[in-house]
Design a protein around this ligand. Structure first.
Ligand code: BJW
Length: 242
């Protein structure tokens, strides 16, 4: 961890990629692993356009269940530390795969949400965005055009917003330090970002409970809980500013 802190002390541009692990200590289940969200279902049964077409009620109810868990959750010290990093580094971008909105609640502003936001909905036919869920007996609710609404998230096989993806790639190409935090680093294109950063000469660090496919490639790998490690790193950096 000391090497990472030393590098961060002289670094002007930082990009952070987060995944479900950063929200684990807020009580939001991760996707994979023993207690993961897929444990009772296969991803293809829930997080694909085909699954929604096949069984819209099942998919909608799974998301409603997750929304209820996330509504009860609060940002943890890991989210809060990342929000502070934004104040320290002149060039900063937080790229999150999470759809839970906890980074924004923690105060992060320089953020792109690669996989959308679970609380927004969109029409499955015309793409019209609904910031809130209309009150109705229909499950899923319907758009004014009559088609079902779905959560405004990115499912397998769907393209990410090109604007959002472009910002993530541009900042990753030029950052001095890239941190991958709480992600299994298997879902693309997010998982390509640390590799790109490494290729372009950035120092790449990883904070995770377990090894991931990128562990052998990163410069610094820190094992542990992000909600414990990130505040420690922040303490060293804030002290340095005085
Ligand atoms: C802790 C911790 C603590 C726990 N502290 N750590 C290139 C190669 C191969 C395949 C592809 C490719 N390019 C595209 C694909 C296909 C596909 C893909 O990547 N498949 C892979 C599975 C192989 N990608 C796509 O389809 C993407 N679309 C796309 O690329 O379009 C163009 C295209 C299409 C088709 C073919 C080619 C090109 C879209 C991906 C959308 C992903 N969507 C989901 C659901 C979002 C909505 C929802 O929330 O329901 O996004 S899937 C799910 O996985 C979710 C997550 O954001 C994403 C990543 O998961 P994450 O965050 O890493 O969570 P976990 O659970 O996997 O890991 C948690 C980690 O935390 C673990 O490592 C723990 O150890 C750790 N941890 N507690 C620190 N306290």
């Amino acid at each position: 961890m000391n090497l990472l802190i030393d590098k961060l002390k002289v670094c002007r541009s930082l990009v952070i990629l987060t995944g479900a692990g950063i929200s684990a200590e807020s009580g939001v289940p991760t996707f994979r692993g023993a207690d993961g969200l897929w444990k009772n279902y296969r991803a293809e049964d829930l997080a694909t356009p085909e699954a929604f077409a096949r069984d819209p009620k099942l998919v909608w109810e799974w998301y409603e269940w997750r929304r209820e868990i996330i509504r009860q959750a609060k940002p943890n010290p890991g989210h809060l530390a990342i929000a502070q990093f934004e104040e320290i580094f002149p060039e900063f971008l937080l790229v999150t795969q999470n759809v839970d909105g906890l980074h924004r609640l923690a105060g992060s502003k320089k953020i792109v949400e690669l996989h959308g936001n679970i609380f927004r909905n969109k029409c499955s036919k015309d793409g019209r965005i609904y910031q809130e869920t209309p009150k109705t007996d229909s499950i899923p609710p319907r758009c004014e055009c009559g088609a079902y609404l779905r959560p405004d998230v990115v499912w397998f096989g769907e393209s990410l917003s090109s604007e959002v993806l472009n910002e993530a790639f541009v900042k990753t190409q030029s950052c001095e330090v890239f941190l991958s935090i709480g992600t299994s680093a298997i879902v693309h294109p997010a998982a390509s970002l640390p590799l790109l950063a490494k290729e372009r000469g950035a120092l790449v660090g990883e904070i995770n409970l377990e090894p991931t496919p990128i562990t052998p490639l990163v410069d610094i790998s820190i094992r542990g809980k992000s909600a414990e490690i990130l505040p420690k790193i922040l303490n060293h950096l804030s002290f340095n500013l005085c």
